[in-house]
Design a protein around this ligand. Sequence first.
Ligand code: NDP
Length: 318
Amino acid sequence: NKQVIFKDYFTGFPKESDMYLTTSTIKLKVPEGSNGVLLKNLYLSCDPVMRILMQRVVPKGFSNYTPGSAGDLVWGSARWEEYSLITATEGLRKITHSDVPLSYYTGLLGMPGMTAYAGFHEVCSPKKGEYVFVSAASGAVGQLVGQFAKLLGCYVVGSAGSKEKVDLLKNKFGFDDAFNYKEEHDLDAALKRYFPEGIDIYFENVGGETLDAVLLNMRVHGRIAVCGMISQYNLDQPEGVKNLMCLIYKRIHMTGFTVRDYYHLYPKFLDTVLPYIKEGKIAYVEDIAEGLESGPAALVGLFSGRNIGYYYHLYPKF
Ligand code: NDP
């Protein structure tokens, strides 16, 4: 059983050398009397949250990696390995719609898709015509948030870290506008240019100076859904946010959330999103890293923006 193992808890940016590839010869067997399952992993995802689980102390509510009948297709949490023995099967969901690419269950129809759907529709209380800003907008979650917002009739602008990604946002995902935040020396001025009337909804994926600039540009009664703060994950001391008083002046609702609180909505999510996929109303860009050996570089690449679209990690041997 080929596996990617991470060596030890670390601080700072992840390096490929923090992980290694190994092959275990231990025969995996579901313990008799348990209702565990043995999974053959067809597609494995590569998510920023993995970095959070690689630190010694994980935030309260997180635990190090969570996860029918024989032959079922399922999705859920597993380790980066060819086969996974899962004893707590509550976290596995049976795939009942296999007429879409199965890899979608690591992205569009899996955890990132649910995050975008719940974060936007449940946390942001969006209304038609509102002004929406999404950071890390070309990524797994961001590309969907923008498209959900467009489907509702919002005005949507995204930020991303390269020209290629900005083109993707405008030409493939249908954002009204997009900009490369790495080329903007003054994010506050950039946001004023893209949102002369201010921002109603900010879908927060990056934190740090982006959040500070956004706070200055929020409208009264605006909403900020705090999904992630990837710019902070590798810092020993998270950066301070200077403009939090805007929350008071502008009566802004700023709400953190995790997708795990919303899985009860998964059937509703599928009923909404599957027709969008079939009718071509949603586009989804995947970035494929082939083979378990390329997993560590893929994970490191998330923090320099090397992925274009959603990173998933394909094990092609089967
Ligand atoms: P992405 O596919 O968006 O990949 C991460 C992207 O973040 C990179 O491609 C890069 O894009 C951008 N990035 C990396 N470092 C920085 C930085 N220092 N400043 C600004 N941007 C940066 O990842 P996901 O869509 O999977 O995740 C997006 C966010 O959502 C993350 O913060 C993640 O932790 C969070 N999340 C939260 C969940 C929840 O339940 N709350 C569930 C899933 C994800 P670029 O080239 O544009 O810089």
